[in-house]
Design a protein around this ligand. Structure first.
Ligand SMILES: *[C@@H]1O[C@H](CO)[C@@H](O)[C@H](O)[C@H]1NC(C)=O
Length: 151
């Protein structure tokens, strides 16, 4: 008797957790859940190197290789979200959560240029990775820009 009611309780809790997790796709692709905190450190360097020549003294193909490995490690469903976090940060789940992960401002390196390049990281020419929606680029990381990606 006791064990079956506790099983029921467990099932009810599990269901509510699942419901909460699926309530919004955005609440799953967050730092600390499907995406690491401060995700894609090598992609940050790759983006700033490619767009502004700011980065470690490593050949670009090597930087790209490291970036692509990090991006490939992120679950397909959340890759574009991870790139969006790289550009704009995100607020993780939790009681005292604060915006984190935003690519820092670099003087003389326009964010919109970085953003446009970051949106192409999943493409065949860069990391050649699939996303869940099959888009060619990650359009929604373009933020306020009205640019519609070609292709
Ligand atoms: C991209 O990935 C696809 C599927 O894995 C593969 O067939 C294709 O050859 C790859 N393209 C490049 C440029 O590596």
């Amino acid at each position: 008797m006791a064990s079956s009611s506790s099983r029921l309780l467990t099932a009810a809790i599990l269901l509510s957790v699942l419901a909460a997790a699926s309530a919004s796709a955005g609440s799953y692709c967050v730092p600390g859940w499907a995406i690491p905190h401060n995700p894609l450190p090598s992609c940050r360097w790759y983006v700033t190197s490619r767009t502004c020549g700011i980065g470690p003294r490593l050949p670009l193909p090597e930087l790209r290789r490291r970036c692509c490995r990090e991006l490939a490690d992120i679950v397909t469903y959340c890759r574009c979200a991870a790139l969006s976090i790289l550009m704009d940060g995100a607020i993780p789940l939790g009681p005292d959560a604060q915006l984190e992960g935003r690519l820092e401002d670099l003087p003389g390196c326009p964010r919109e240029v970085q953003r446009r390049f970051a949106a192409t990281l999943i493409t065949e020419a860069e990391c050649n990775l699939s996303t869940i929606s099959g888009v060619a680029e990650c359009p929604w990381i373009l933020g306020g820009e009205q640019t519609v990606p070609s292709k």
